[in-house]
Design a protein around this ligand. Structure first.
Ligand SMILES: Cc1cc2nc3c(=O)[nH]c(=O)nc-3n(C[C@H](O)[C@H](O)[C@H](O)COP(=O)(O)OP(=O)(O)OC[C@H]3O[C@@H](n4cnc5c(N)ncnc54)[C@H](O)[C@@H]3O)c2cc1C
Length: 395
């Protein structure tokens, strides 16, 4: 390949799972990259969401290929890979416990989002991550370079721009007119603090969640309760409804509205809503991009993660696929840059990585869409027991 004189100026927008892994993969291979994040600091967002179970061939691989196996094992919870499926009567129909000792690849340890972000930040130079940089506009120059303008007044010109900026990506319109749309499923996230989880009257709820997750579903509705690392239980209560379904802002009213929705569900399942903390209730309408979305390569810019394949959480694969995108895109760019590739050769490498992304994301967006129909369909929970088995086998 024809060597170039200086490395390309690379900007990654968004310090979520996909952007963090891409940035990590580049800097670990000696390729300079700058990661821009709109949050003011790593600890800025009090609410960073629940835990993620990282699959062997995607989320775990993205960490292990960057030397973070020990760091991941130190903060993840293999025992969190435990799941129970039931109907609204809370009778357990399927219990899944990972095959820990025999097949590590069958195990998907849980890691809190905050811990995941921290182990990656600890492995990259602190000054390569720019906090408080909200991208506000991008100007293409027609030669593959782009000028980025940030809300704090900073501007910069880059040779490679990667949008890892999530569901409402500002970079996506540069490569595709596709837009996210409401999935038809809405609801809420409800968090129960550890001291409440530990109370004697919560023994049945603790037993149902165990160290992992309970999926209760029936009649187009779902309660999904998961144990987090500090002992709290985070519940997602979902049902079919309009995009503008209103969750009252008053916590007591919000719990009452949700409980009315789940009227007739077993008392142990209702506890996951009843005992939610006042400051732990969030509206969660679910959005998605068209399953199997792809685009024609555009020089100098690409997108990864939710920006490229936003899916509902019904296969638990959004972050896993996003991390795999970050790894594959990072490996492709690093290989090209370290081989002294010309601009054209680098674009070919990025295009190839996009093709891989299309293949993997087509598979998982399709499985996710099928799971969503199954979970909220008339045959749940029985149909879901089958879908769950299938998804675990394929992953
Ligand atoms: C309720 C729920 C539960 C889920 N559970 C799971 C699960 O169990 N397993 C799983 O694998 N996936 C799960 N997912 C999906 C997972 O959360 C996403 O797929 C994953 O976070 C996508 O990572 P990302 O880095 O692409 O985007 P994000 O995590 O959304 O990160 C994007 C980052 O970009 C930043 N950003 C956005 N705009 C700008 C801007 N203009 N300038 C600078 N920075 C910007 C944001 O602040 C953010 O930090 C779940 C999703 C939801 C909604």
């Amino acid at each position: 390949m024809a060597p170039t004189t200086s490395p390309p100026r690379i900007a990654v927008i968004g310090a979520g799972p996909s952007g963090l892994i891409l940035h990590l993969t580049l800097v670990k291979r000696g390729v300079p990259s700058t990661l821009y994040e709109r949050e003011p600091s790593p600890s800025a967002r009090a609410h960073l969401g629940g835990t993620l179970d990282l699959r062997w061939e995607s989320g775990q691989r993205a960490l292990y290929e960057n030397g973070l196996e020990a760091a991941f094992k130190a903060v993840s919870r293999p025992e969190g890979d435990e799941a129970r499926i039931c109907g609204k009567d809370a009778r357990v129909l399927l219990e899944i416990i990972g095959d820990r000792d025999v097949r590590p690849e069958a195990l998907s340890p849980e890691i809190d989002r905050r811990a995941l972000r921290q182990i990656i930040l600890d492995a990259v130079p602190a000054d390569s991550v720019k906090w408080g940089y909200a991208l506000s506009s991008v100007t293409p120059h027609g030669d593959g370079t782009h000028t980025l303008a940030f809300a704090n007044g900073h501007t910069t010109v880059v040779d490679v721009l990667v949008g890892a900026d999530g569901a409402a990506s500002r970079i996506r319109p540069l490569v595709t007119p596709a837009q996210r749309y409401f999935s038809g499923i809405t609801g809420a996230e409800v968090v129960i603090p550890p001291d409440v989880v530990d109370r004697a009257d919560m023994a049945d709820a603790r037993a149902l969640v165990g160290n992992g997750t309970t999926f209760a579903m029936e009649g187009g509705m779902m309660i999904n309760a998961q144990r987090n690392s500090d002992g709290r239980v985070r519940t997602y209560a979902w049902f079919r409804g309009p995009e503008d379904w209103p969750l009252p802002s008053d916590p007591a009213e919000a719990r009452a509205v949700l409980l009315a929705k789940f009227e007739g569900w077993a008392p142990v399942l209702r506890k996951f809503i009843e005992h939610g903390a006042d400051d732990g209730i969030y509206h969660r309408p679910l959005y998605m991009l068209p399953p199997g979305l792809r685009w024609e390569h555009v020089d100098g810019v690409t997108i990864i993660g939710d920006a490229a394949h936003l899916m509902t959480p019904f296969a638990g694969m959004g972050a896993n696929v996003s991390m795999l995108d970050g790894l594959e895109m990072g490996l492709a760019i690093a290989e090209a840059v370290n081989a002294g590739a010309s601009r054209e050769e680098r674009e070919v490498a990025i295009k190839k990585a996009e093709e891989k992304l299309f293949e993997v994301s087509a598979k998982w967006t399709t499985i996710t869409a099928t799971n969503m129909e199954s979970i909220t369909g008339p045959d749940a929970p029985e149909s879901v027991v089958q879908a769950f088995k299938r998804a675990r086998e394929i992953s």
